[in-house]
Design a protein around this ligand. Structure first.
Ligand code: MF3
Ligand code: CO
Length: 250
């Protein structure tokens, strides 16, 4: 499958899907507190997606069972919501949500600290990961390459003493959740696919406080850090336009 560039009208539609994802994430973020289960977040998200007239993108995708991925602490991505996973002070939780509206997808993620004492190292992990996404977005310019986007993440993350996950990557997005090209969070400037007008990329750095290695749990979904260190994840969908990068998920 080739890379599919979107018209201005399609990008407008993707802004609507993206705006719904943002409203869901804002709604769920407010429920992140000690004592809440990740299934509480799932139920709130499912209700909100429904109320906003969209459909969840993840539920049923490769048999994934939920509308959210909720990945706590050493979990990197694809954590499955559960009544048994209770948030407590000092935890962090990545909330990843995708929706489809009128045939167009939106996908975004945030990582949130649960109230209370968060270790300075973990606070820095969240700040560096979010800032690495901003740098990657700034690199999503016509004429730059996918390598420039990945290098923007990698250089900033590694300069701050953290590491970038290799096994999971960002992606093109449009009338399917995952389109070409793959968007790694590492790379070399000037290398990889050239960015063209109308490309829409889901850019999603996954950053570990320790080493980069990962492993998948027996549930076949939850990816965790091999060394048990903390991991953070932020994601936006971004359109490459003549006026520069446009964030669709806000
Ligand atoms: N944001 C993630 C991704 O783009 C979430 C996918 S979860 C899945 O891969 F369940 F849908 F696979
Ligand atoms: Co994604």
């Amino acid at each position: 499958m080739a890379i599919i560039c979107k018209s201005a009208a399609e990008i407008e539609k993707m802004k609507q899907s993206g705006h719904i994802v943002r409203q869901v994430l804002d709604h769920v973020r407010a429920l992140v507190k000690p004592g809440a289960s990740t299934m509480d977040l799932e139920r709130a998200a499912e209700g909100k997606i429904n109320d906003l007239g969209a459909k969840p993108a993840f539920k049923g995708y490769y048999d994934y069972p939920c509308v959210l991925c909720t990945s706590m602490n050493e979990e990197i991505v694809h954590g499955i919501p559960s009544e048994k996973r209770i948030l407590k002070a000092g935890d962090i939780v990545s909330i990843d949500c995708g929706v489809v509206l009128d045939g167009y997808y939106g996908d975004a993620a945030i990582t949130v600290a649960v109230d209370g004492d968060i270790k300075p190292e973990v606070k820095k992990l969240l700040e560096v990961t979010e800032a690495s996404l901003e740098r990657a977005i700034a690199a999503a310019q016509i004429g730059n390459s996918v390598g420039d986007v990945g290098a923007a993440v990698q250089e900033f993350v590694e300069a701050n003493g953290f590491s970038v996950v290799r096994e999971f990557v960002g992606h093109g997005i449009g009338t399917r959740l995952h389109e070409e090209p793959q968007v790694p969070n590492y790379g070399n400037r000037g290398q990889g696919t050239r960015l063209r007008e109308g490309m829409v990329l889901a850019i999603e750095p996954m950053v570990n406080s320790g080493g980069p290695d990962t492993r998948v749990l027996d549930d076949k979904w939850t990816a965790v850090t091999a060394d048990g260190s903390y991991s953070a994840h932020f994601e936006h969908c971004v359109a490459v336009t003549k006026d520069g990068p446009v964030i669709l998920t806000q």
